[in-house]
Design a protein around this ligand. Structure first.
Ligand code: SF4
Length: 82
């Protein structure tokens, strides 16, 4: 995995960010500002501390990405998003 792929365990699931795809639309940061932030390069990154949030909202915040830059995998390793 290269530098532009980031991963965190949040709310019992695995959230991945493929920064090579992100276009900085801000949809995910609007829905889950505790988890996602737009950095100085106008690309999404994780907040320094990423608390567990409501699982439904986490799913919504990842699924809303227009370019499928966010990957959500459940506790069984099953990919939910995209
Ligand atoms: S919704 Fe997708 S394209 Fe928009 S900021 Fe988040 S990761 Fe980037």
């Amino acid at each position: 995995m290269d530098d532009e792929y980031r991963e965190r365990e949040i709310s019992g699931m695995t959230v991945g960010i493929d920064r090579t795809l992100c276009i900085g639309s801000g949809n995910c940061t609007n829905l889950a500002p505790e988890v996602f932030v737009i950095d100085q390069e106008n690309i999404v990154d994780f907040q320094d501390e990423t608390p567990d949030i409501d699982a439904g909202r986490l799913e919504e915040a990842t699924a809303i990405c227009p370019v499928d830059a966010l990957i959500l995998t459940d506790e069984n390793g099953e990919q939910i998003v995209p």
